[in-house]
Design a protein around this ligand. Sequence first.
Ligand code: HEM
Length: 440
Amino acid sequence: YIWPNPRLDKQESLRWDQDGWNGGPFASFLTPCNRFDFGSDPNSLGTGRSNAADWIRSAYHDMATHNVEDGTGGLDASIRFFEEQHRPENAGNGFLNTMIFLTHDASSYASLADILTLAALSAIEHCGGPKIAYRAGRVDALEPNAPGVPEPQDSVESHIANFARQGFTQEEMIGLVACGHTFGGVQHTAFSDIVPDLGDPNDLDSNAPFDSTFVSFDNKIATEFLDGTTANPLIVGSNDTTNSDKRIFVSDGNVTMKAFAESPNHFASTCATLFARMLDTVPRGVQLTEVINPLSVKPHGFKLLYMADGLLNLTGEVRLWDVQENPARSVHLVWSNSDGSASEENISHLTHTADMVGSALGGRVTSAWYKFPRSFITLNSISKFHFIIDEGDGSAPRIEDQDGHGFVVQDSVVWSSTSCAPSLGTARMDIAVSIHTLLL
Ligand code: HEM
């Protein structure tokens, strides 16, 4: 897409500015990956649970009400409703915990369902999982969905039928359960008939993990199942009635699980596809955007403020995506006046310090940020700008102008610096209108 687009700019930022400079709302609560903010440990660690697992399970349970036949249910944040959270199929406090984190991040640009999707996606990517395609545009449900989340005591036939109703084949069911259960475990507090009270003062929920690396993504859910070392409470639980993972994993003669165990890459790529399908399962009629890819050069927080005597202050920063630190790099912003003309003075060098670095995908991709030397520049008028980036390595400087579109802004109607908040609860908002606009 072409910048500016307020909705997609916000969504792109939520999706790609995960950590570091201008980092989004999720990564700090996933660092480290065994961080859990609702446990007994004041350091939010080591309770056996994790925010990451809660967010992933919440996204699945929100989606699992989908009915491909009539188009109802799906990822629509209906899990926020008290009634839905308190059904037996949604046992545990992970859903409430998740909503406490996420509710205030929803806005007119990103629904709570999009935020839940982004939280689950960030948890998977941040904690060792594969990159997942993200589309925006989910719509929040206005009431609870019909029940339908699978439960451990259900038969394998009923699980196959249940996943078919959600839109997944038997093979995809095996995959999605394995992909989800590479994180977290079962707690005595929520499932006392499956997990005994461990009596561990550091683990008040008595969590029994699905695999030995339950705070990070890997294929141990499959390898430990096949080599017989698994302690997964839904496989080796003392009550066979609730061993649903076992019944699901063996249901195709272990073909799917063997393929996962043999190849970590195959497991990761299958999970990337299935997680994306899960997160894109929405009620019929909801139209999702194209996959949101990162802009290679992205202005952020650009704002014009009218000062006085016809002068404007321009503030903002720019992000260079997927670049390494390079002290030799120089970045310049070049702008055109409102009539399209440009003089040689219409150029500003941008500065960068070592802390102006962001990252995504658990640090696998980094970005570098640049800003105006005094955080702003002063100009008379502006209609658009572009960037000249010189890596300082002898190669030709490159022009970044969105394939000729330029980065378009309007200076006809802007905030005025005479706006003020004279006392608590009182504000005066002044708006400056260009004389040219008035004459039109
Ligand atoms: C037949 C299907 C499934 C059944 C019967 C099932 C059952 C369970 C149960 C009983 C728990 C323990 C929850 C707790 O103690 O709080 C759990 C945890 C979890 N499930 Fe599933 N699950 C299924 C499918 C899935 C799928 C498809 C995903 C995601 C793709 C998923 C993700 C998770 C996660 C991340 C946890 C860990 C939560 C935590 O540690 O707090 N599950 N599941």
